[in-house]
Design a protein around this ligand. Sequence first.
Ligand code: UGB
Length: 412
Amino acid sequence: MPPLEEPCKFQAFMNPTFRLRFPSTMMVFLWALFLISFMASFLTFVHPAPRSTSWHKNVRSSAHIRRPNGISVLVTGAAGFIGSHVSLALKNRGDGVVGVDNFDNYYGRSLKQTRRDLLGLNGVYIVDGDINDRRLLSVLFNTVEFTHVMHLAAQVGVQYAVENPYAYVRGNIASLVTLLEQCKSADPQPAVVWASSGSVYGAQNKVPFSETDRVDPPTTLYASTKKTGEEITHTYNRLHGLSITGLRFFTVYGPWGRPDMAYFSFIKNILQGKPITVYRAKNQVDLARDFIYIDDIVKGCVASLDTSGKSTGSGGLKNGSAPYRIFNLGNGSPVTVPALVTILEENLKMKVTKDVVDMCGDGDDSFAYVNISLAERELGYKPTTDLQTGLGEFVKWYLWYYGNPLVQNRSV
Ligand SMILES: O=C(O)[C@H]1O[C@H](OP(=O)(O)OP(=O)(O)OC[C@H]2O[C@@H](n3ccc(=O)[nH]c3=O)[C@H](O)[C@@H]2O)[C@H](O)[C@@H](O)[C@H]1O
């Protein structure tokens, strides 16, 4: 037999007065719920997500300037190859540096995490976050008054675009706009130096490539996104008074480099006794690149920050024109891919089997040769490391970092 109370409770629901009140009570409740969630999302949008006290402390300490007339720089892609080197160089000379990196898995996270740990030991804090996140950028700019932004975060790699084109739109275009929107609204606005690419010269036949040359047609989606970036940054300079410097990097190599790049994958195969694939252009012509050592690139980046000039806008409005510059940062002396392989073989005192494959289609640029005289004049840029020396440094680093499999096999 059911307890006596139950029917009474049930009856209460069936009471006509309650039934009349029920819809209105429920409606009020639902409306309140709706209003609360609306207010919450509005406040979250307007006010950036709160971060912990230790997060703020790390960011502020990393941004601390330790030299007279020093600058405070937000480095995007700080756990990346160029980003980590530039961050360290700036920190070492006493500038404030805050890194941001999304630690994407394009070439694995382990090397990025090690770079981050190394920077941490040197006082550079890298925020684990994505620059597509407007709220994160807003918190960062509310925490630190950045004088400069060194924008190096990007979806790199040329061939990967065939597999995942959307990563390039998100990583090279959408994120650039998000970052520029933040810079535009900042008061004072920072000066922006960012990574374009030598690949924007695309199918141009006239060499060496100069900044005044046409940069079309692009031969890869990667190049298209970088070319688009140049147009977007131009707009922000023109409309909002942001000081912009675009750096057309050529093929940058060196210690702590990117495992997806040819020189890096070649050394791995040589040491493991595996063959390598060497691509060749039409008519059996060797491919060539304007290889540039990381230390030279770092000098170019730092000089670009130092000479950037100021943005003129405030609160999104322009107050006069601001500098808009583009520089080629390469070596000015192309080397063929087979010649690069020979230098690696000499350094390792080993020979490798080359599978020479003719490139099908137009998925890559065959030749890069760059005129760097503008950067020499304006930035005092002067590469000093030749490919033999630079690859020697890279090989030393590689053997130190990964160990020599031959030595390891011997010791087993
Ligand atoms: O902004 C840029 O300008 C780009 O620079 C770099 O592109 P690239 O100059 O093409 O360098 P990289 O891939 O090392 O290939 C070098 C050469 O080796 C050839 N190559 C490549 C692989 C292989 O297995 N065999 C081979 O012959 C290959 O065909 C090429 O001729 C960055 O990788 C890219 O992310 C982007 O930053």
